[in-house]
Write a protein that binds this ligand. Structure first.
Ligand code: NAD
Ligand code: UDP
Length: 323
């Protein structure tokens, strides 16, 4: 794309953004930021895990239109940018109907890529650190091909997202489509679903309700947690680039914590006297995960600013309002 064509699409010019999965946790935060920039938004969602309440504060905003649609079916709308966030993200949600999860990633991506290609507009693909599976390289760089069980209980998500990345790159190579792929590492913050089964929501809700904190396995597995505002800053920087990056880009917070450390922080911050209880480790649960964010630093000038403790304090305040 030429520079002048790209700058016609500059933000603040009331362009239209199709946000697939916009009623979900990350999508609703992205929509808030786009609307705050004066953009128009078409939120496309089947409301499988998304909630109207995530966008209720925007109802009545003439710049936002909400369309109930399942991305496994083709869609034909006018837009200037496409953001593909449509896919359940928490393991219990994506394992609920694994065939549908795979269809969402593969057919959903094909349908949105077809639209981007027809309209000649950029498509942002929300990929995941799960493409690295249970990684044997640590921290994970984008050049690492991953270590994924192709037939396990997580593969509907991991392989679906890997197929979606392959489709993005094939559309670029065969049709010149402008694709921007980010690999998102565990992200948390307000509007996470209290029952989504992810570790941060589980631990905070358990601590606030004085129920046992459920640690799966010995609690020595690690994750890196990024606060949602930091992540969305990264999303916007990716779409703001004049030229699509060659490679997918990791977005995540490189701080790495074991689940036991996370439980202890949440107990301390909530002042809860919940006990810690061990539960069986789910199959294929990755043993460690930490992003190498050198590419994001280099291409986007991006790195997270919000420390886990500060993000947890804001997230705990949010979960208190859900009780
Ligand atoms: P979420 O479950 O809150 O949001 C997903 C949204 O997609 C929901 O609104 C859901 O209703 C919608 N959706 C699902 N299937 C759809 C379909 N077939 N058609 C239309 N809409 C559909 O999850 P999230 O945490 O906001 O994740 C958003 C995206 O980011 C997902 O693609 C996810 O894989 C990716 N991601 C998230 C994380 C994270 O830590 N939150 C990490 C890695 C990747
Ligand atoms: N986990 C846990 N207790 C819970 C929920 C999750 O110990 O109540 C663990 C889970 O086994 C995994 C880590 O926390 O090792 C992160 O889980 P999550 O589902 O949040 O994300 P993902 O596994 O997809 O990174």
């Amino acid at each position: 794309m030429t520079r002048s064509a790209r700058s016609d699409r500059a933000y603040g010019k009331n362009r239209t953004h199709l946000v697939a999965g916009g009623a979900g946790f990350l999508g609703s935060h992205l929509i808030d930021r786009l609307l705050a920039r004066g953009e128009r938004v078409l939120c496309v969602d089947n409301f499988f895990t998304g909630r109207h309440s995530n966008l209720s504060h925007q109802i009545g905003n003439p710049q936002l239109e909400i369309i109930r649609h399942d991305v496994i079916h083709p869609i034909d709308l006018q837009a200037d940018f496409i953001w593909n966030l449509a896919c359940p993200a928490s393991p219990p949600h994506y394992q609920h109907d694994p065939v549908f999860t795979m269809k969402t990633s593969v057919l959903g991506s094909i349908n949105l890529l077809d639209l981007a290609s027809r309209l000649g507009i950029p498509l942002f693909q929300a990929s995941t650190s799960e493409v690295y599976g249970d990684p044997q390289v640590h921290p994970q760089t984008e050049s690492y091909w991953g270590h994924v069980n192709p037939i396990g209980i997580r593969s509907c998500y991991d392989e679906g997202k890997r197929a979606a990345e392959a489709l993005c790159l094939d559309f670029r190579r065969s049709r010149g489509t402008d694709v921007r792929v980010v690999r998102i590492f565990n992200t948390y913050g307000p509007r996470m679903h209290p029952d989504d089964g992810r570790v941060i929501s589980n631990f905070i809700v358990q601590a606030l309700q004085g129920r046992a904190i459920t640690i799966y396995g010995d609690g020595q597995q690690s994750r890196s947690f990024c606060y949602v505002d930091d992540l969305v800053d990264g999303f916007l920087k990716v779409m703001d680039l004049d030229k699509a990056p060659e490679s997918p880009i990791n977005l995540g917070n490189p701080g790495e914590f074991t689940m036991l450390e996370l439980a202890q922080q949440i107990l301390a911050l909530t002042g809860s006297s919940s006990k810690i209880e061990q539960r069986p480790l789910p199959k294929d649960d990755p043993s460690r995960r930490r992003p190498d964010i050198s590419l994001a630093r280099q291409h986007l000038g991006w790195e997270p600013k919000i420390a886990l403790r500060d993000g947890l304090i804001k997230t705990i305040e949010y979960f208190k309002t859900c009780e």
